[in-house]
Each structure stands twice: as C-alpha cells, then as structure tokens.
Write a new protein. Structure first.
Length: 289
C-alpha cells in the first residue's frame, strides 16, 4: 500500500514536471487588464517574421578538450575552469526557453518557415522576431514612434509562451512588455486580428480602458462558483461562457455613482447577456452539448 502511494506521488510529480517543462499557461485576462498591464498597445501590420539563432561559437568543443589536457598536466582538477563551460550551455538552454534570461549573443536571422542552415540545427532558436509597421499607438508612445517600423520579440516556441502564429501582411492589436530595451510579446499578452475585435474593444483601447486603470479589479470566476452578491471593488468575470464572453467583447469594468464596480456596457452588452442566458437554459434542457 505504501508502495502504491509512493508510485502515485511519483507519477503526479512527473506529470507536473513534464507539464512545467513543455507547456505555457496563463491567467485569463480581460482586454481592459491587458491594456492596463501592458507597456505598449498598438495596431500594427506584420511585415517580417524571423527566427533568431545564436551565431555558432568558434569551436566550443576545442576549448573543453584543451581544458582537460591543461588540467591533467597542471595536476589541477580544473574545478574553477569547469564553471564557465557549464554556464554557457545552460545559458543557451535557458535562453531558448526564457527570453528574460537571454544573453546578448551574436545572432543569425532566418525567416520563419525557411529551413535553418544545417550548422544551426543543433542550436535552438533564441527567439522569434516580428518586424511590424506601427499604424497606431494606444499606449507606449514613450517606447514607439507612430508610422515607424518596430521589432517585437517572442519566444520561438509555443511551449515557452511564444506568439508564433502572427501572419505576415495581417493587421493586429498587439499588447506586450518592454524588457532589456526590447519590445516583447508572449501568449499571455493580448494579440488579436484588428478586424476581429469588437467596436467596444476598439473604443476600449482608444480611450475607455485607460480611464479605468487602477480603479477596480477584474476577477475571473467560474459558473456556479461565482459569488452571487456584488463584491466590493471587483467586477466578477464568469469564464464559463466560452462562446459568449460578453464582458470581454462588449464591456469594461468601472465604478458607478455609489462606488460599486460593475460591468459597464450598452445595448450590445445587454443583447449578449440575453443571448447567453437563453443558451444556458437551452443547454440545461439538453439542446446544446
Ligand atoms: C479572426 O478570427 C478568425 C475566426 O476566429 C480567425 O480564423 C482569424 O485568424 C482571425 N484573424 C486574425 C488576423 O487573427
């Protein structure tokens, strides 16, 4: 019995480890929160998409073989010398997974979708870099110039929270961070085809969201676990309505005259809520999966 408990624990730990190492998970975030938390929010057209590889280091293995010769002849076991070699390989691995830890290495650019030259294939790309034509700046005019070209970096793979699916030629709303003198975006930030956002979201990024930053908290909840009474200083955001996320599409969170936080929306919001309520009673009756 003890053994089976142990095995269960081990399996659970392994699952956690594997999930940790290969997946990206983000807290759901309302567009208003994306806006308020991002360093920049822009409308931009993607013009290029390139994978950036570390430039091959001149014969890195030669160093380690000469190191073993030296250490034997010196009768010094080279423990001090071992450090930098380990650090370098770990640094490269960390860099491919985590942009924050990225060392400033010489870089090689390869347009995404093209095959990397063979000598690069053992190296993982350091990052994916988009060049965008900035059409409009909603936030971050200290970081970007209107009508300019900007580079936005992201992790090279989805599992490291990279935004890998932007298409050249398409116009997007992009929101992200500024780190190490670099504009960045991750799949936990906001990106959406500009044509796909609603009129209310456009108004939001133009002016309404900004006025609400720092005032109320938007707190996700799920279905019947959502509080039924209003919570002070909070707009509860029910994530159980995947298809009709009325709060994201048609509303922003603000305070009413009495100081209570609420979802501020117009007729399209009310229509969405009615549609959603109908869908729910239908699904209770078994009309929807
Ligand atoms: C807009 O939404 C559609 C449907 O969800 C999606 O297929 C399309 O890729 C989106 N467009 C952009 C530019 O993201």
């Amino acid at each position: 019995m003890h053994l089976s408990v142990l095995v269960c624990l081990l399996v659970a730990m392994l699952v956690c480890l594997v999930q940790d190492s290969i997946s990206c998970s983000c807290q759901p975030s309302h567009p208003q929160d994306h806006f308020c938390r991002s360093a920049y929010v822009i409308r931009a057209r993607v013009t290029t998409k390139e994978l950036i590889y570390p430039e091959p280091q001149p014969e890195p293995m030669a160093e380690s073989s000469s190191f073993s010769e030296v250490s034997f002849s010196d009768s010094d076991w080279g423990i001090d010398n071992e450090g930098p070699i380990m650090d370098q390989s770990e640094g490269l691995l960390a860099a491919s997974m985590n942009l924050a830890a990225m060392p400033r290495l010489p870089q090689v650019r390869v347009p995404a979708g093209l095959q990397a030259p063979q000598y690069m294939e053992e190296n993982r790309p350091i990052k994916l870099e988009y060049t965008v034509k900035v059409e409009k700046i909603y936030k971050g005019d200290d970081l970007l110039m209107p009508k300019s070209t900007a580079k936005i970096a992201t992790a090279a793979i989805d599992a490291a929270c990279g935004v890998t699916d932007l298409e050249v030629g398409q116009v997007y709303v992009l929101a992200g961070t500024f780190y190490n003198a670099e504009l960045r975006i991750s799949s936990c930030n906001w990106k959406e085809g500009y044509k796909n956002i609603t009129k209310r979201q456009r108004q939001g990024i133009k002016h309404t969201y900004k006025l609400q930053c720092g005032k109320c908290e938007i707190s996700p909840c799920y279905g019947r676990y959502c509080p039924t009474e209003p919570v002070p200083d909070v707009c509860m955001w029910d994530l159980s309505h995947l298809r009709d996320d009325c709060e994201s599409q048609y509303a922003y969170c603000s305070r009413d005259g009495s100081g209570q936080c609420f979802w501020n929306g117009k007729t399209d919001m009310r229509r969405c809520i009615r549609r959603r309520a109908k869908g729910r009673t239908q699904s209770r009756g078994g009309f929807m999966p």
